[in-house]
Design a protein around this ligand. Structure first.
Ligand code: 0X9
Ligand code: ZN
Length: 477
């Protein structure tokens, strides 16, 4: 029986749901891969030549881009490749000595009898997360609605849920403004799935005791898509633990597209992606060539007013603002900075973990990413969060770090949304006359949703009431 954070009803429902839960009848598409003896090395490439050599030798950079944070990059390599690095004079540090050993430890933990184990004590596969959504919906009828945003290449459901409290939206609006949290575009980043479900769970289970959760669920609707790349996730669970991309077949074999290089804003620009299907950052044949990115973006566009989103990844402990495809500052950078810095401070005071906030200069350029599209195409405040750790375990995080990492993410997510300061339309951190001018402009056009605070897709009298209230407070939180 599972121990449950919700009490006996949900505990029963979850145990039941996982005992014979739905499993997609899709066979494994790739041969099993062993990583025995393979290492992850942290290097400081001196130039493009070093990077090319490392890419050639490794074929698996654990943080995928042209330049690593502080000039560093992590690569998975075979032990027999180390002398080549030595000969080339490339300095490196072994940060993981045997990748397969870590994976074996992870598997051993999973194989233990699940007695008295709660959902967040172990990583969960596609079927378990799928059941968990039903469990949440059953435990909180009227608060949680199961959704499907579409299907993957191999026809797996890209499921999720919408969560809000029964408190009605402002001004008779049919729907509250929406916050969108999606995870696991990258298959091997298992912790991101747990984090997505934890935020949903925590908002619901603390609503009656925590004023922040209450305020958030009363004001917004939250949309969670925990597994944005279900085919890749299945590959990572069944045959190749370190698979990153989706399951796109190219020239007869599953090569995969990096869905986080397939979005239309910035697609293919500035060497922040690859045109080669063998690359881990392959951008696909065209923007939105992949059903997964089509489904997510269409869902986001169907929402009358999207206000914020987080795309969860691992690892490196970073909070990243747009743009990811270019170094040029985004409009409203000052508001991003206020929110991002508040988020890393909130994480530090909640769990003690140290995250860094910044733009592409603290990681690398990545073009065609989800957050650049969310920000560029919908205007929502959009961030990437790279979860734990900083390289000791990388993608193969021990189960003991699931809950602490979930707590990092909950602190970050709630701080982001409470800090939105939506009436600060020009995003200069003050709700003042300049915003009023902008609001009045939107109000005149009426149909634009630029000044839509109620979430009904238009700027009208109800929004004016909201704006007037915010105007009194003047400074953003
Ligand atoms: O490369 C990615 O897609 C993300 N990193 S990961 O290691 N999880 O693959 C980061 C993309 C977002 N941001 C920037 N590069 N600025
Ligand atoms: Zn990622």
């Amino acid at each position: 029986m599972y121990r449950s954070v919700f009490g006996p009803a949900l505990c029963f429902a979850f145990a039941f749901a996982t005992s014979g839960g739905p499993t997609a009848p899709v066979q494994a598409v790739l041969p099993h891969e062993s990583y025995e003896g393979q290492k992850v090395v942290r290097v400081t490439p001196r130039n493009a030549g070093d990077l090319m050599l490392l890419d050639q030798i490794s074929g698996d950079r654990w943080n995928c881009g042209p330049v690593g944070k502080s000039g560093e990059a992590d690569f998975r390599v075979r032990p027999e490749d180390l002398p080549t690095l030595d000969r080339a004079g490339i300095q490196y540090r072994v940060i993981i000595d045997d990748v397969q050993k870590l994976i074996d430890q992870e598997q051993a933990g999973m194989a233990n009898p699940f007695e008295d184990r709660a959902f967040f004590d172990a990583f969960q596969n596609y079927a378990s997360v799928n059941s968990y959504i039903d469990t949440l919906a059953a435990a909180y009828p009227g608060w949680v609605t199961r959704i499907s945003v579409g299907n993957s290449i191999q026809s797996r459901d890209i499921f999720g849920c919408r969560i809000t409290s029964p408190v009605p939206p402002l001004g008779g609006s049919p729907r509250k403004p929406v916050v969108f949290f999606n995870s696991c575009q990258h298959a091997r980043e298992w912790i991101s799935v747990m984090v997505d479900m934890y935020i949903a769970t925590q908002l619901l289970s603390t609503y009656s005791t925590d004023s922040v959760a209450k305020q958030l669920l009363d004001t917004y609707e939250f949309v969670f898509v925990p597994i944005s790349n279900p085919d890749g996730y299945n590959i990572s669970w069944t045959s190749q633990r370190l698979w990153r991309k989706n399951a796109r077949v190219i020239s007869g074999t599953v090569r995969g597209v990096d869905t986080n290089r397939n979005w239309s804003v910035g697609w293919g620009l500035n060497s922040g992606s690859s045109g080669s299907s063998s690359s881990d950052t392959y951008r696909g044949s065209a923007p939105f060539s992949e059903p997964e990115t089509q489904a997510l973006s269409n869902y986001a566009l169907s929402v009358p007013k999207l206000v914020a989103s987080i795309d969860f990844h691992s690892y490196s402990q970073l909070v990243l603002r747009p743009w990811t495809y270019q170094y040029t500052s985004p409009p409203g950078k000052i508001a991003f900075d206020r929110i991002g810095n508040a988020m890393v401070n909130a994480i530090a005071s909640k769990t003690g973990a140290s995250y860094e906030y910044g733009g592409p200069e603290i990681l690398y350029l990545a073009s065609g990413t989800a957050p650049d599209w969310f920000f560029g195409a919908t205007g929502a405040v959009a961030l990437t969060i790279e979860l734990r750790d900083t390289g000791q375990y990388g993608f193969v995080l021990p189960t003991s770090l699931i809950l602490p990492t979930c707590q990092d993410a909950y602190a970050a997510a709630t701080t982001m949304v409470t800090g939105l300061c939506r009436a600060d339309l020009n995003r200069d951190n003050f709700v003042d006359d300049a915003d009023f001018v902008q609001f009045a402009g939107a109000y005149d056009i009426f149909l634009t949703n630029a000044g839509d605070f109620t979430g009904d897709g238009q700027t009208d009298d109800n929004d004016f009431v909201y704006f007037a209230g915010a105007y009194d407070s003047f400074v953003c939180p």
